[in-house]
Design a protein around this ligand. Structure first.
Ligand SMILES: [Zn+2]
Length: 235
């Protein structure tokens, strides 16, 4: 029987509010899935999980594996067992919605997505380590590292999220990239895939795990323009 649950650790809303302390150990969230995305304690890097490995892509670009004991502030994970996969060519990030919708209506449900192939370019960012007191995410990312790589093979992992879940997750497409050498990657802003394979699994369940830490419990999570901020920082 398929596991249709996405396990989400903290919320994008909390992350946007500056709740950056690690709150979930890798050993804990690994029960929630070995496929997905997240970020490091104090925004020191981006996380991508695939093939049972939890990679940290650090702000400066170095890639390593998280240890079991390390704690991270945010993750979205699942067990990935694709419903279908099909070859794709000459598509961009903006085309992913129509590619998936052509398989069936996804407007009101989640989907886990994997794209593997040869990319003409991939444009991505990595957040950089933040000192306390933490600032809101929109200010913290003024120090993010942006990079575009050309003619590179690799894999993207992430989720399609329905509009009404904006704030819990990132509405729309949220994907992270790591190249085949496992030396480069980050949070994807855009790409052009020359040719590759798109696989997906529809997800009807989401379980939200909130941090059991004072930093979260006592946080002021009121953000007036949350939707704008998420689109600006994660788009
Ligand atoms: Zn991301």
């Amino acid at each position: 029987m398929k596991n249709r649950t996405i396990n989400q650790y903290s919320t994008i809303h909390a992350l946007m509010s500056g709740v950056f302390d690690g709150a979930f150990a890798i050993s804990e969230i690994s029960h929630g899935g070995s496929f997905g995305i997240g970020c490091s304690h104090a925004l020191a890097g981006e996380m991508i999980a695939l093939d049972d490995i939890y990679y940290e892509i650090q702000g400066a670009g170095h890639v390593r594996q998280f240890t079991d004991q390390e704690q991270i502030p945010f993750a979205q994970l699942t067990h990935f067992n694709p419903d279908d996969q099909f070859p794709v060519s000459d598509i961009s990030k903006a085309d992913l919605y129509s590619q998936l919708s052509a398989q069936g209506n996804i407007d009101n449900i989640f989907a886990a997505i994997r794209i593997e192939g040869y990319f003409e370019h991939v444009w991505f960012r990595r957040t950089n380590y933040q000192q306390k007191p933490y600032r809101p995410f929109v200010e913290a990312i003024t120090e993010q590292s942006e990079e575009t790589l050309y003619d590179i093979s690799g894999v993207m992992v992430g989720f399609w999220t329905p509009e009404i879940f904006q704030g819990i997750s990132v509405a729309g497409i949220h994907i992270h990239f790591i190249d085949d050498s496992r030396k480069h990657g980050g949070h994807v802003f855009g790409f052009k895939l020359k040719n590759g394979l798109l696989s997906y699994e529809l997800k009807q369940d989401i379980k939200i795990h909130l941090p059991n830490k004072d930093e979260y419990i006592n946080a002021d999570l009121k953000i007036d323009n949350l939707d704008d901020i998420i689109r600006k920082t994660e788009g």
